[in-house]
Design a protein around this ligand. Sequence first.
Ligand SMILES: CC(C)(COP(=O)(O)OP(=O)(O)OC[C@H]1O[C@@H](n2cnc3c(N)ncnc32)[C@H](O)[C@@H]1OP(=O)(O)O)[C@@H](O)C(=O)NCCC(=O)NCCS
Length: 164
Amino acid sequence: MGTDASTAPLRVERATLRDVAQISALNNLFAPDGLTLPRNESFVTAHIDDYRIIRAADGSVLGCVALDEYSPSLVELVSLAVLPKAQHRGLGKLLIDAVSTLAERRGYPELFAVSLADQLFLHMGFAQSGLEHYPEKIARYAKISRSELSLSRKFLFAKRFSVE
Ligand SMILES: CC(C)(COP(=O)(O)OP(=O)(O)OC[C@H]1O[C@@H](n2cnc3c(N)ncnc32)[C@H](O)[C@@H]1OP(=O)(O)O)[C@@H](O)C(=O)NCCC(=O)NCCS
């Protein structure tokens, strides 16, 4: 990954296939701690249109986020990750803002996220919610891991959009 974090223009953009390896590596940096779900390069490639990124001045990826659709009425904010050297500079907020706008533009009435970064999501207009409202998520967790299931009981945040 590139090194120039300090002079990067903070602009959220669409990810391209050239970014796949870096996105997967950045996402997976936080997977051992359970903060993100592991995503391999073929997954990222297949879902590249759902990823948004922020680049450093040298073009390398500093931060990423993605939408993960459950149904036409429900989508999850996933893969939110910022390189440690670029954290605390507002990139996380920009990424959440951009992917929220994308979800609204695509017509989803609701966006939810599972995260330990509670202050960040509350600050970004999400409200604390409960896993019991998301049977689709419970069904996926049943296939993944019990520890994530217990995490999402405590740290599930949702934002609703007004849909015409
Ligand atoms: C969460 C994350 C994306 C935030 O990125 P960032 O660029 O540092 O975010 P911003 O600079 O826009 O905002 C930072 C603020 O978010 C809040 N925040 C970040 N992580 C937090 C956490 N774990 N718990 C509570 N609040 C948190 C704090 O208020 C923080 O303010 P500070 O910089 O004054 O400490 C980044 O810390 C990260 O990649 N973490 C590991 C992966 C992860 O947890 N992803 C979320 C999965 S949905």
